[in-house]
Design a protein around this ligand. Structure first.
Ligand code: MN
Ligand code: MN
Length: 310
């Protein structure tokens, strides 16, 4: 048996945590002795889900001994993974993002253009003869519904909806919206969180032509909690921009029920960029990015194009 540690990206979302648990189960049915981990604490949505299903939450790790065999789920970028990835032996990647990693050894990769890593894992299970528990099927469905924002995110494919329908008949979940409402509510329940944690809640750093740009997204059913704390958030954005020597920074507050993106922009220089790239007007550091729910598809590519053409 080969020991292998399985984990998703930093600042974990529901797809990342569920996929780590699901792939761990899969590998344990192959020729591995697999264990799931996380790189950071759960967000409230995932915590709610694990509590609901009465499942054990994976342990948090920040690094592993050299040459440990690892499997990455739901990410492959170095900036999003475990700190000492260069010392580890990547055995598996299961993902639905663009690829940027190079490895020194042969590797098992399964990546598809689907709305969640859980959708990819569903297909892997279907192709195998592995028996799985109702909890695992439920984790899959929850991860798909969460990552696609109930099929509203731009990354959703027809296949994701078909898979979710199939999972409906296997699990006890009959009504997607009814099932997800308390999870989305839990995710939005961030009133007492301090601003630095709030900002770290979900972020993506992107390096474009040696320029670091950071785009944060907070997905919520209650955007006012973040917008009311705009002044605090602006202070932190300014600090982070300075500390990390960033070229550009912005924070999108995405209202997943009304499908709106209100973005907080730091200064006139960044405002000019946002106005140009997204064809909008900034008022009081706020930009209306309309229904751009997907950072990956509708926000980062536009910024990348702008910075690459500078
Ligand atoms: Mn993810
Ligand atoms: Mn994902």
């Amino acid at each position: 048996m080969i020991d292998i540690k399985v984990f998703g990206h930093k600042v974990p979302d529901t797809d990342t945590i569920c996929s780590a648990v699901i792939l761990t189960n899969y590998l344990n049915n192959k020729w591995y002795n697999a264990k799931a981990y996380k790189l950071w604490e759960l967000n409230n949505e995932t915590a709610y889900l694990f509590d609901l299903l009465n499942l054990e939450i994976p342990e948090t790790i920040t690094s592993l001994p050299s040459w440990t065999k690892v499997a990455l789920v739901d990410h492959n970028e170095k900036s999003q993974t475990i700190d000492n990835i260069d010392e580890l032996d990547i055995e598996y990647i299961v993902d639905h993002h663009k690829f940027s990693i190079t490895t020194s050894n042969p590797i098992n990769i399964r990546a598809e253009k689907l709305g969640s890593t859980a959708s990819v894992l569903y297909k892997m299970y279907k192709e195998s003869n592995i028996e799985i528990s109702k909890e695992i099927w439920t984790l899959m469905l929850a991860a798909i519904l969460s990552d696609t924002l109930l099929f509203r995110s731009a990354t959703t494919t027809k296949e994701d909806t078909i898979i979710a329908e199939e999972l409906k008949s296997i699990t006890w979940i009959n009504d997607f919206k009814e099932f997800m409402n308390p999870l989305f509510e839990a995710k939005s329940n961030l009133w007492d969180i301090n601003v630095i944690d709030l900002i770290k809640y979900d972020y993506k750093e992107t390096e474009i032509a040696w320029k670091m740009i950071w785009v944060w997204t907070i997905e919520t059913v209650n955007p006012s909690y973040a917008l009311w704390r705009k002044e605090e958030i602006l202070k932190w954005l300014e600090q982070i921009k300075k500390d990390w020597n960033l070229e550009f920074i912005m924070l999108s507050v995405v209202d997943i029920f009304w499908e709106k993106n209100i973005t907080i922009v730091l200064n006139w220089k960044d405002s000019e960029i946002v106005e140009k790239v997204f064809d909008t007007k900034i008022e009081n550091n706020l930009a209306d990015l309309k229904n751009r729910l997907s950072r990956k598809k509708q926000v980062v590519p536009n910024l990348t194009e702008y910075f690459n053409n500078l």
